[in-house]
Design a protein around this ligand. Structure first.
Ligand SMILES: Cc1cc2nc3c(=O)[nH]c(=O)nc-3n(C[C@H](O)[C@H](O)[C@H](O)COP(=O)(O)O)c2cc1C
Length: 199
């Protein structure tokens, strides 16, 4: 069965799904421009309702005022490790869209799901290129909307770190112990044939 790092799948899957995990030890080494564009390109090809493509990304490079702005929005715990990353980014989604044949925008049910799919594609592409991505909701979301002047019809979804992994010795001891791929629930917990059985 598919195996990668400490993970073992119950059924055959492409190894990239096991290889993607969320480390906290990042090297500040800059990404080549082409790699960065390839990673954002993968997000572009995610599916979305009406092909409305509601994902939006704001990113900043280490050493810029914009990087410090995003870093300053993170909770202290996330700042402690995310400060080393070459790229910090925020994922937004657009909550409305103009249906085909109409002129007025309507609410879109799946904006978060679609943006999440785009982020997933991005994370898998980054993994394939040897990078790591670590999502965070531990940040000040209302303040993010204010500081980045996000209009009301957009939702701040998550922040993330993108870069090459570093040795875990750069982390405080408590975090070093957690620097390892996590396990998953078996399919019996999340797959139901024909009817839902809540816990
Ligand atoms: C939406 C989202 C928010 C997350 N928020 C944080 C966070 O604020 N801080 C953190 O250290 N990890 C955060 N994580 C990482 C998760 O803890 C991690 O994805 C989960 O434990 C599964 O592990 P894996 O990504 O290594 O497979 C977040 C992940 C997601 C998808």
């Amino acid at each position: 069965m598919t195996q990668a790092n400490s993970r073992k799948a119950d059924h055959p899957v492409d190894s990239v799904f096991l290889e993607r995990w969320s480390p906290r030890a990042f090297s500040p080494e800059a990404l080549p421009e082409q790699d960065l564009r390839t990673i954002f390109e993968a997000a572009r090809w995610a599916p979305s309702a009406y092909n409305s493509q509601p994902w939006r990304f704001i990113f900043a490079r280490h050493g810029t005022p914009e990087f410090d702005k995003i870093l300053g929005l993170l909770i202290e715990f996330n700042q402690s490790w995310a400060k080393n990353a070459p790229i910090l980014a925020i994922l937004l989604s657009k909550k409305t869209f103009v249906p085909p044949g109409k002129t007025e925008p309507v609410a879109m049910h799946s904006h978060s799901a679609d943006a999440g799919a785009a982020w997933g594609f991005l994370a898998l592409q980054a993994t394939k290129l040897g990078y790591a991505v670590h999502a965070m909701t531990g940040f000040d979301i209302p303040r993010t909307a204010v500081e980045f002047e996000i209009p009301d019809d957009y939702q701040v979804e998550l922040a993330f770190v993108l870069g090459r992994r570093a040795d875990k010795s750069i982390l405080p001891e408590a975090l070093q112990a957690r620097e390892t791929p996590s396990p998953r629930n078996p399919q019996s917990v999340y797959v139901f044939e024909g009817a839902f059985k809540p816990e």
